[in-house]
Structure formats: structure tokens, C-alpha cells
Ligand binder design. Structure first.
Ligand code: FAD
Length: 363
């Protein structure tokens, strides 16, 4: 089977590696328009248990990623000059660039051909030339856009605006910093992803400059700088598709669906799509059967995560109207938004650690 993969993000690279293992006679060619050093962003959240599925498909890849994860079991907030923290389920993160490098190396070991710095040919010529075309070209997918009516695509931009920054300091867990300004709250989602580095993603109803943000959060960044990497204010792109395949073209990862970044699940969904598609190509005797099995298997989990993502996005968007709450109320609302975690879970989880809502620092 000759397979064309458009895009070397987590979905495209993981699929390329998995399918070389599940269908060893496959020939896999990947196109990526950017060099890996040019990738955007900083660290991405990847819960360690997201690697369980990767390990089922490819143990060396799972081990390679696990070695790079920074992990924590705590959620912290700072508002009105006070810090609170609670125990939470185990989370982890790694730099997006490292994630891509580990995936690329595994693809090279498995004989995947990669055209780097090269835009993928158009969907029509690829689908004639290849047995299968995998659109792994992200939320703005060119392949999907060319066939938008066939896929039944909806793309929505959701408030509030965000900017993806980094900080040259390692926070010790997922931390939400809130600065209440006369123009509304400015919220930073902060977490470590490698020694001396944290993601510092900021949301606001207006667009402060990086210098203004450094000042707003100066008390939490003593001696540290905010970092930029293709950072600009944007709105989250919510992508959904009524169908994930058309003929021999199939959507994976963000090209198929996005889930709001505040639930830190896009990479996991991309890896799970990749595994499911590679497994279906091995299990099903026909290509249409494999593509149908892939979509049927993945849709419920994806739509569930998208629902949680929407609720989480709405909660953050509503912060400006909700007005200032006490730090305790804010922490409880924050960790229980979307219904994924209840305070019961957190308290039960807190044995030996800070119980939910415990003030761990009064600074
Ligand atoms: C601000 C922000 C923060 C996020 N934080 C997290 C997080 O903490 N945890 C998490 O799990 N997820 C997070 N996500 C989501 C996560 O980044 C994506 O869900 C994930 O990267 C999807 O992987 P993908 O491979 O489908 O797409 P992408 O990572 O977007 O990769 C697509 C690739 O295709 C390439 N490409 C595009 N068009 C072409 C073309 N025509 N030819 C060749 N190549 C092409 C692109 O250059 C890119 O490398 C975040 C997203 C945003 C916007």
C-alpha cells in the first residue's frame, strides 16, 4: 500500500510510524512545509497515561516520549495576591519541538520517507497517485479545505483571544495566574515542560503587549522573562467534520477535529487517531472498511473531549462577566469546569498531599 501523509505534526508522524509497524509492506511518504526548528509554540500537555495507547502500538516510541515528560500532580492558582493549590490527577508536558524530534527519529528508524520544507501536492493528484492520502495538516488543513463540502466541515473562531508565550523559568505544576485589570481579567495558563522553561499561555478580552504582560505578572516572574515564538494574539479554531473520509482521503488530528487548548488534549487525540487508523488498516480487508472502522471507533471519544473543551472555553470566556471571585471559589470552579474532575475526586486524591482548596502559599 502506498500512503501519502500531508503534515509532520504529531498526527502525521505518529501515523507514519504506527502504520509501518502494523502494515510492514506499506510505503509511507510524508510532506512537511516547515523545518522542525521552525515549529510554533512551547510545551504541550501530554498526560503520562496518554502514552499507554502509544505503548500498545510502539514501545520504543512510548519510552522515548516518557523520558522527556515533565510531570506533576497539582493545580495551583494565584489571584488577588493569594496562591492556592490542590492535588490533581497526574499530568505531564514536553516541548512541542522535542515531541516532533522524537517522532521524526522513530519514523526514520522505521523507513518513513520525509520531504521537509515541502508543501504537500494537492489532494486531487495525491489521491490519484497513492492508495491512501492522510490529511494530517492541522486545523487549517489545505487538503480538507479543498474537499470541505465532502467532509461537511465547520470552522468556528471562539473567544477569548489568546497568545502562546513561554517563560524562562520552570513552574512546579499547572498554575493559573489571574491579574484583574480595569479592562477585565488576564489569565495565564502556565506549566513546566523542560528544565528552566514553562509554557505561558495568556487569555484576555483585550490584547496586552508582551511588555505589559511582563509587568502584570511581575510578582510571579521574579528575574524571569517571557519568551516569544511566532507568538501573536489569535482566537482558537474549533474544527468539526460530518465525515472524516472521502474516497481514499482521510482526516486525522486537528484536520479532523480540534478541542480547546485549555483541556490539553489535542496531542493525545492526534496520537490516538494515528493508532486507530493504523490498526484499522491492518484489521480490515478493504480500505473503505478500514476508514469506516477508524471513524466509528474514534468519534465518541473525540466528540466527548470536544464537548468538555467547549465547556472549558465558555468558562474562561465568561470570566470577564462573572466578576472577581474569591481565590477559593475560583480554584473550585476552575478544576471542576467541564465536569471531568469533581471536588470529590480531588479530595480523595489528596491523601498525603494538600487537600482541595488548601492554602499552600499566602504570598
Ligand atoms: C495555543 C495552543 C495550545 C495548545 N496546547 C496544547 C496542549 O497543551 N496539549 C495538547 O495536547 N494540545 C495542545 N494544543 C493542540 C495541539 O497543538 C494540536 O492538537 C496537535 O498539535 C495536533 O496535531 P496535528 O498533527 O493534527 O496538527 P499540527 O500539530 O498542527 O501539525 C500539522 C502539520 O502540518 C504541516 N502542514 C500544514 N499544511 C501543510 C501543507 N500544505 N504541506 C505540508 N505540511 C503542511 C504543519 O506545518 C504542521 O507541522 C494546543 C493548541 C494551541 C493552538
Amino acid at each position: 500500500m502506498r500512503i501519502a501523509v500531508c503534515g509532520a505534526g504529531p498526527a502525521g508522524l505518529a501515523f507514519a510510524a504506527f502504520v509501518r509497524l502494523s502494515v510492514p509492506e506499506s510505503e509511507v511518504t510524508v510532506w512537511e512545509r516547515h523545518r522542525v526548528a521552525d515549529t510554533y509554540g512551547f510545551g504541550v500537555i501530554l498526560p503520562p497515561n496518554a502514552l499507554d495507547n502509544v505503548r500498545r502500538a510502539d514501545t520504543p516510541l512510548a519510552d522515548g516520549l516518557a523520558r522527556r515528560l515533565v510531570t506533576w500532580e497539582r493545580v495551583a492558582i494565584r489571584r488577588h495576591g493569594r496562591s492556592l493549590a490542590t492535588r490533581a490527577p497526574l499530568l505531564g508536558a514536553l516541548s512541542r519541538q522535542t515531541l516532533l524530534l522524537v517522532l521524526r527519529q522513530r519514523c526514520a528508524e522505521l523507513g518513513v520517507r520525509l520531504h521537509e520544507g515541502a508543501r504537500a501536492p494537492d489532494a486531487a493528484s495525491l489521491s490519484t497517485e497513492y492508495d491512501l492520502v492522510v490529511a494530517a495538516d492541522g486545523a487549517g488543513s489545505t487538503i480538507r479545505t479543498a474537499l470541505a463540502e465532502r467532509f461537511g466541515t465547520t470552522v468556528e473562531r471562539t473567544a477569548p483571544d489568546y497568545v502562546w508565550l513561554g517563560a524562562d523559568r520552570s513552574f512546579d505544576s499547572l498554575t493559573f495566574l489571574v491579574s484583574d485589570t480595569p479592562r477585565g481579567p488576564v489569565v495565564a495558563h502556565v506549566y513546566p515542560y523542560e528544565p528552566g522553561r514553562s509554557t505561558f499561555l495568556v487569555e484576555a478580552a483585550f490584547k496586552p503587549t508582551v511588555d505589559e504582560l511582563s509587568e502584570l505578572f511581575a510578582d510571579r516572574l521574579p528575574g524571569a522573562r517571557l519568551l516569544e515564538n511566532q507568538s501573536r494574539w489569535s482566537r482558537f479554531t474549533q474544527v468539526s467534520n460530518a465525515a472524516w473520509s472521502h474516497g481514499n482521503v482521510v482526516l486525522v488530528g486537528d484536520a479532523a477535529h480540534t478541542a480547546h487548548y485549555s483541556v490539553g488534549s489535542g496531542t493525545r487525540l492526534a496520537l490516538d487517531d494515528a493508532r486507530a487508523l493504523a490498526a484499522a488498516l491492518r484489521a480490515e480487508p478493504s480500505l473503505p472498511g478500514a476508514l469506516a472502522a477508524y471513524e466509528t471507533g474514534r468519534r465518541p471519544a473525540v466528540e466527548h473531549t470536544q464537548r468538555i473543551g467547549r465547556e472549558s472555553a465558555d468558562w474562561f470566556a465568561g470570566l470577564a462577566d462573572a466578576g472577581p471571585s474569591s481565590p477559593e471559589e475560583f480554584l473550585v470552579d476552575l478544576v471542576t469546569r467541564g465536569g471531568r474532575i469533581s471536588m470529590g475526586d480531588l479530595t480523595a486524591d489528596a491523601d498525603g498531599g494538600a487537600p482541595a482548596g488548601t492554602v499552600v502559599s499566602g504570598r
